[in-house]
Design a protein around this ligand. Sequence first.
Ligand SMILES: [Zn+2]
Length: 101
Amino acid sequence: MSNNKITIYCDGGCGQSITLKKSKVHKVDYYFCDTIKHRKNCEKVILSKCPKGYMATFSYNVAGSFSGYSFEKPSQDDLKRVHNAQMILKYGTDNENHKNS
Ligand SMILES: [Zn+2]
């Protein structure tokens, strides 16, 4: 009867878990309780597992109230976006056309 249910534990090590239908669980590398009490610590633990040069992708509600992180090697496009963002942080943008778009 409970065969289609699965228990997910927070990978931040806080011991929080959630049991729900398998079909409601999205696949991510790490599950994250995302509770006010544990958020900071668990997130730190999970992000510390991210290999160097990889990008952490965050998703909301991957398993009920749990959020998730996946670590992926950034694509050329991602790297370009990061570079552009860094340039904007450094120099600002003189193109205001993007406002409110
Ligand atoms: Zn947690």
